[in-house]
Design a protein around this ligand. Structure first.
Ligand SMILES: O=c1ccn([C@@H]2O[C@H](COP(=O)(O)O)[C@@H](O)[C@H]2O)c(=O)[nH]1
Length: 498
């Protein structure tokens, strides 16, 4: 069996499955009548997984893993009809390499008239696979049929236990229920990702008579760390076209549109110190990049004329101007600096802001400027994680707090500066510095990694590359190289683009 051991660590598999299920429209909200007659505000339609081959494979592999590690003794695998049949087929033939058996709901009136099809002997013990367990009734019906054929089953493996009494009922019949997910995990995930509100959480718990008391959230950052070990990684990003149409931020709409048309998720960090050097590099880079990032305060002959030229070039060559100012002060000082000698608000599309000064010094001030059509500034990037060695952004709770500020100010925050993706929210873009294809570190604290790590494994959207291009004697060649590798990594599994 191909191993998914890494996947099962720290619940990462569960969250990975849930993310894919969310994307596959498995969770439906409204008013649904269940088989029991109960009215439910949520319907979990695992049949939607059939349409997503990676998801169906991942579920089958995970169930197989669970069967193997349970130590259950069995000679064949039987899926409870009908919804579990695909998973049982894949698990039996691809992973467990055991005979697959099928139970009919009604005997055929011709041929062998057998109720159970497949290879078996009297007294064989089977493992059962089910999709969702509510009361356990369908499983007990199947077990009755098995007994009539002198077969037994002591373990059933399901994708979701709705925790509505099924496990206890099965236990009373001598059958142990194992589940990949339970309802509590599902609701915690939906609440953590913002798919349901706190009020909805309570509504569902009440309607389904569940025993949970208060909603809790997954630690999203740990979850993302866990993703590093997953073989199945392209699961955090909504397809680009969908993101472009869904996002309510005009800045992100523009960024996503430029990305798509220029086939570029590359931001060039031009850390030169004179206007001429910067503008010459912009001239070369403009056609290949999504954004140009500068440190205005590092340019010794910075002038208003420079920003006029830069904005003209940005309009002509269609790129975003990103001033990496890293605001970190009281709201009042932030405001003064936005309008100070460099008049950043007038020429930059986006600026970086530290989360360290807290929500009140960030939101109101930047919102005021961003909403004012007199200024070019249309969003901020919150610093969630720095690329530097020993950065204090890795202290417990820091990144989570930055994400919280972003979630509370979606109209202002366009995304993050981060190392690993910190939010599953498709509206927030994850920009990542610390990328270099040919070096690992400088002598001043910078740490670099490759594009595959940054985009494929750590699930960022946009790479920020500086010296990998600007220190090269052939910058255009490097621009083309970084653009191609980063774009391919981003769009590899994106059906909306390929
Ligand atoms: O965590 C961070 C935040 C910002 N940066 C900036 O990005 C570029 C990286 O340039 P390289 O030459 O590729 O190192 C630079 O402007 C930094 O100020 C970062 O590196 N890390």
């Amino acid at each position: 069996m191909s191993s998914l051991t890494e996947n099962t660590r720290n619940g990462a598999l569960k969250r990975n499955l849930l993310r894919l299920m969310l994307k596959a429209n498995v969770f439906k909200f409204g008013e649904f009548q269940l088989k029991s007659g109960q009215i439910s505000p949520i319907y979990i339609d695992l049949r939607e997984c059939f349409g997503h081959h990676e998801l169906a494979m991942l579920i089958s592999e995970a169930i197989s893993q669970q069967i193997e590690s349970s130590g259950a003794q069995y000679s064949g695998v039987l899926g409870i009809p009908y919804a579990a049949l695909p998973y049982a087929s894949i698990a039996a033939s691809n992973y467990l390499k055991k005979p697959l058996l099928i139970v009919r709901k009604e005997a055929k009136s011709y041929g062998t008239k057998k109720l159970i099809e497949g290879l078996y002997q009297p007294n064989d013990c089977l493992v059962l696979i089910e999709d969702v367990v509510t009361t356990g009734g369908s499983i007990l019906d199947v077990v009755k049929t098995l007994h009539a054929e002198s077969l037994t089953a002591t373990d059933v493996f399901c994708i979701l236990d709705r925790e509505q009494g099924g496990s206890e009922k099965l236990q009373n019949a001598g059958i142990t229920l194992h589940s990949l997910l339970d309802m509590n995990t599902v609701l915690t995930f939906l609440f953590s990702t913002g798919a349901i509100s706190e009020a909805q959480w309570y509504g569902i718990v009440q309607a389904l008579n569940l025993k949970y008391t208060t909603p809790t959230k997954f630690d999203i950052c740990n979850e993302i760390e866990d993703l590093r070990s997953l073989p199945f990684v392209d699961n955090m990003r909504t397809p680009l076209l969908e993101r472009e149409s869904l996002t309510e931020s005009p800045l992100n709409k523009k960024i996503l549109s430029i990305m798509r048309t220029k086939k570029s998720n590359l931001c060039l960090a031009i850390d030169y110190t004179t206007v001429d050097e910067v503008l010459q590099m912009v001239e070369l880079a403009g056609p290949f990049v999504l954004a140009i990032k500068v440190h205005a305060d590092a340019i010794v002959d910075f002038s208003e004329e420079f920003t006029k030229k830069l904005t003209t070039m940005a309009n002509d060559m269609d790129f975003i101007i990103f001033e990496d100012r890293k605001f970190a002060d009281t709201g009042n000082t932030n405001l003064l600096q936005l309008h100070g000698t460099q008049k950043i608000a007038s020429w930059a599309d986006v600026v970086t802001v530290h989360a360290v000064q807290g929500n009140d010094s960030i939101a109101g001030v930047f919102r005021k400027v961003i909403q004012d059509p007199a200024y070019r500034l249309k969003g901020i990037l919150l610093i969630a994680q720095l690329s530097t060695k020993g950065s204090l952004t890795s202290l417990n709770g820091y990144t989570e707090s930055a994400v919280e500020i972003a979630n509370d100010n979606r109209d202002v925050v366009s995304g993050f500066i981060t190392q690993t993706r910190v939010s599953a929210c498709s509206d927030l873009l994850n920009w990542t510095p610390g990328v270099n294809l040919d070096a690992k570190s400088d002598s001043a604290g910078q740490q670099w990694r490759g594009v595959d790590q940054a985009i494929e494994i750590q699930q960022n959207d946009i790479v920020i590359v500086g010296r990998g291009v600007t220190s090269s004697s052939e910058p255009v060649q490097q621009l083309k190289r970084y653009r191609q590798i980063a774009w391919e990594a981003l769009t590899k599994n994106d059906t909306s683009i390929n």
